[in-house]
Ligand binder design. Structure first.
Ligand SMILES: [Zn+2]
Length: 221
């Protein structure tokens, strides 16, 4: 990690508080194990594979929470440069426009300034991962039937944070010396979602040279 990024981390500019796993729980152990294999220099492609004997939902749960914490921090480092003026619409370049939809205020897909979209996105994800019925912390509580479906939606939305940061704020990232860190985080994320088939390929296009009609809004996820 670069010195500049360490300073950013030390300033604790986390966009919002981290959700952590309770030490001693099975999920905490799995989280530690995933971290250890990453730090051991193992390649990321191998590190994302479900360890034999482990439950896929547990594996997905620890990764979703971990990616949320990391991506949240990444956006936190540039959020002061992402304003309604610089980013009046949440997008990934001119080709990809993202619209927000939820069960609360925005029942129809709505174009919003990026910072507003990001706030809603982070709030929404936080609400999901802090919901005991969706992300149970006790082993005795099972995951809901639609758990993977919810995680797919979370990951799809987190991917859009990467798209926006890469396309609109990468100059800032370079200035902060955080490029290598973010590239690694993205690579890890990308290998994970493709290994377990958690994000539609079409959704990945903006960072993988996809072709779409100019100005075509993306599907809401
Ligand atoms: Zn922005």
């Amino acid at each position: 990690m670069s010195i500049a990024l360490k300073q950013v981390f030390n300033k604790d500019k986390t966009f919002r508080p981290k959700r952590k796993f309770e030490p001693g729980t099975q999920r905490f152990e799995l989280h530690k194990r995933a971290q250890a294999s990453l730090n051991s220099g193992l390649d990321l492609k191998a590190a994302v594979q479900l360890p034999s004997g482990e439950d896929q939902n547990d594996w997905v749960a620890v990764h979703v929470v971990d990616f949320f914490n990391r991506i949240n921090l990444i956006y936190g480092t540039i959020c002061e440069f992402c304003t309604e003026k610089t980013c009046p619409v949440m997008s990934g370049g001119p080709k990809y426009e993202y619209r927000w939809q939820d069960d609360l205020k925005y029942k129809k897909p709505t174009a919003l300034p990026a910072p507003q979209y990001m706030n809603l996105l982070m709030d929404w994800i936080e609400m999901q991962i802090n919901n005991e019925n969706i992300f149970p912390t006790r082993v005795s509580v099972p995951f809901p039937k639609n758990f993977l479906q919810i995680c797919k939606k979370i990951l799809c939305r987190l991917f859009r944070v990467f798209v926006h940061v890469y396309i609109h704020h990468f100059d800032r990232i370079i200035l902060m010396g955080a490029e290598a860190h973010i590239n690694t985080c993205y690579k890890h994320f990308y290998y994970f979602v493709t290994e377990l088939n958690l994000i539609d390929r079409k959704e990945l296009e903006p960072l993988h040279h996809g072709q779409r009609d100019p100005g075509h809004p993306q599907q809401v996820c």
